[in-house]
Design a protein around this ligand. Structure first.
Ligand code: G6Q
Length: 544
């Protein structure tokens, strides 16, 4: 029977919350000179500072107890060793094998999966090198542009990573098309030349409606622009479904496989990463994998109290289930991590947006938080107002590099100062007395001070974590992603849910297929609800 370990500890955790509700972080920092040291983990190239949380040693110990009693270790070992932990789909969950050293023995179904992984990696490397060097030639010569066509897990990872690792790009330009909205592909068509473009069709199942539509449109576009016999060489495929890639007309030697034990949102480490490998080269792609493997080792070996993903998971549970905060913001002070929040949105919300436990019973506590975010400093000039003074408390993750990847002087110090200032302001706030004193010092009349002071008060005591890393390079990116992956995993175990299925996306797909003939005007709305039928009728009227 599935267990919700958080639920089992809720009374104890709430008692800690009630105790802590009477004090503020500001006071806790004043009382404890060692607070920063006590509540931060200095690991390898990364400092994880979680001292600005509503947490003391006793409440942290209570949270660590949840992890200890939830069976995290057993389930972690089951995942790493290839047990079928994705029970609703009958699958193992082995994305960690994709970044493990090739000498390791990891078995699934009586096969050493490491040999299969190495074979695909070699094929990807050969192809990536040939494309990058210009040895792979199409009608127009060497490839200048690579377009990854895929959606969800077959797009977000490579698109996010390609953007994050732009300073390492020394291959063809990369583009990502995911949306079935023609606008997505149309904009890319404007900037590529058919003669020198490679389309990578990334789809595990090779049936996804949006991807198949975009792939067919790309093929038709090439057929119009090139000689028909030349078109095939402009396609590669990333898929587990060889019969379907063949049917589409993509040669086996340009089809790179993966396995059903790689979940879509965990697939950037597999063949799905090919566009990134082509952009930055196999060596740098290897460093990306190494960074993730280091996080895997950390997750497997560090004590829970010094284990970054375990602490991340517990903080998430602490706020979601005990304090009742519904959302969580990820705020990278790293412009190239602009798509990181969107990537994490899928990772966390698709994995842990569940309402039943493994055994089908209702989960009885809240699960995955609503994750959102944008890069700082832009966000500061937009939505941070609500984070500072709104009525909702939003725990934040700040991410910042010590070293910039860009040589333009005078920027990075400002970026760092802004990042640190935000977490400081959220934590310390500004009391009414301080607000009044500041206004008085600025020369305002007593009446004006009284009128304006309430607006200038910052409640403070608002929680945040800061990830301070050396530099955003391929290895660091791999590490950061894997830390969040394991956070999600731990939370899934704590809530007793399956983080590796996504049935919630099915119904919309089924209904979209049902609606297509009605949208095309080939079938009446039939027994659709009045709103859907009304919208369809209005659509048909308006498009005339
Ligand atoms: C991820 C999901 C989902 C999936 C896409 C694309 O975990 O399963 O986002 O990646 O629906 O699926 P295909 O790769 O099969 O086209």
């Amino acid at each position: 029977m599935a267990v919700n370990a958080v639920k089992a500890h809720l009374i104890t955790l709430k008692a800690h919350k009630n105790r802590l509700a009477r004090t503020s972080m500001r006071e806790m920092f004043a009382e404890d000179a060692k607070r920063f040291k006590r509540f931060s983990i200095a690991w390898d190239r990364l400092l994880f500072d979680y001292s600005k949380h509503r947490l003391d040693e006793r409440s942290l110990a209570a949270l660590l107890d949840v992890a200890k009693t939830a069976g995290v270790k057993a389930r972690r070992d089951a995942m790493f060793s290839g047990k079928i932990i994705n029970a609703t789909e009958g699958r193992a969950v082995l994305h960690t094998a994709l970044r493990a050293p090739s000498g390791e023995l990891i078995e699934f179904d009586g096969r050493n999966v490491m040999a299969d992984i190495a074979a695909v990696r070699r094929a990807m490397t050969r192809f990536a090198n040939a494309v990058r060097s210009g040895r792979y030639k199409v009608g127009g010569g060497a490839i200048t542009d690579v377009v990854n066509i895929g959606i969800g897990g077959s797009s977000l990872g490579p698109a996010m990573a390609a953007r994050a690792l732009a300073p390492w790009h020394n291959g063809p330009k990369t583009h990502f098309v995911s949306n079935v909205d023609a606008a997505d592909l149309a904009e890319v068509f404007k900037v590529i030349r058919p003669e020198t473009t490679l389309f990578i069709i990334a789809s595990k199942t090779f049936t996804t409606q949006e991807t198949m539509r975009n792939a067919a449109t790309a093929r038709a576009w090439l057929r119009r622009k090139l000689k028909r016999k030349d078109v095939g060489a402009h396609f590669a495929a990333l898929s587990t479904s060889l019969d379907k890639t063949r049917k589409f007309g993509i040669a086996d030697e340009r089809t790179f496989g993966f396995w059903d034990w790689v979940g879509g949102r965990y697939s950037v480490w597999s063949a799905i990463g090919l566009s990134v490998m082509i952009a930055i080269g196999p060596k740098r792609f290897g460093e990306f994998l190494d960074g993730a493997h280091e996080a895997d080792t950390h997750f497997r070996t560090a004590d829970y109290g010094a284990n970054i993903p375990v602490v991340m998971a517990l903080l998430g549970v602490w706020y979601r289930n005990v304090w009742g905060f519904e959302t969580h913001a990820v705020l990278p002070y790293d412009n190239r991590l602009a798509r990181f929040p969107a990537y994490l949105q899928q990772l966390e919300m698709e994995s842990n947006g569940k309402r039943v436990m493994m055994d089908g019973r209702a989960v009885s506590t809240d699960t995955g938080a609503i994750l959102w975010g944008e890069p700082g400093t832009d966000g500061q000039h937009a939505f941070y107002q609500l984070i500072h003074q709104g009525t909702s408390v939003i725990p934040c993750d700040f991410l910042i590099a010590a070293k910039s990847n860009d040589r333009l002087s005078g920027h990075h110090e400002l970026l760092v100062a802004n990042c640190l200032a935000q977490s400081e302001a959220l934590m310390t706030g500004r009391t009414l007395g301080e607000a009044k004193a500041e206004l008085a010092a600025a020369g305002l009349s007593a009446a004006e001070v009284k009128r304006l002071a309430p607006h200038k008060v910052f409640e403070g005591n608002r929680p945040s974590t800061t990830f301070l890393y050396e530099r955003l390079d391929p290895k660091m990116l791999g590490t950061l992603i894997a830390l969040y992956e394991h956070k999600v995993f731990v939370q899934g175990v704590l809530w007793g849910i399956n983080s590796f299925d996504q049935w919630g996306v099915e119904l919309g797909k089924v209904l979209a297929n049902d609606l297509i003939p009605m949208v095309r005007g080939k079938k009446p709305a039939g027994r659709k609800d009045a709103s859907t039928a009304g919208l369809l009728a209005a659509y048909h009227r308006k498009k005339r």
